[in-house]
Write a protein that binds this ligand. Structure first.
Ligand code: ZN
Length: 49
């Protein structure tokens, strides 16, 4: 089973791209709670400039 690069827990399935948090892969939970909000934050800050 692959290991999440953010929470270090094992997950099932393909996982998700963990960027921009790191260059590894992450579980669905971290993707939803950490990666997506961070992407949105970056997207919003780009939009303002
Ligand atoms: Zn995780």
């Amino acid at each position: 089973m692959p290991k999440c690069s953010i929470c270090k827990k094992k997950y099932e399935g393909y996982g998700n791209n963990a960027q921009p948090i790191n260059n590894g892969r992450c579980c669905d939970r971290c993707n939803t709670l950490t990666v997506l909000p961070k992407r949105m934050e970056i997207y919003m800050s780009r939009k303002e400039n």
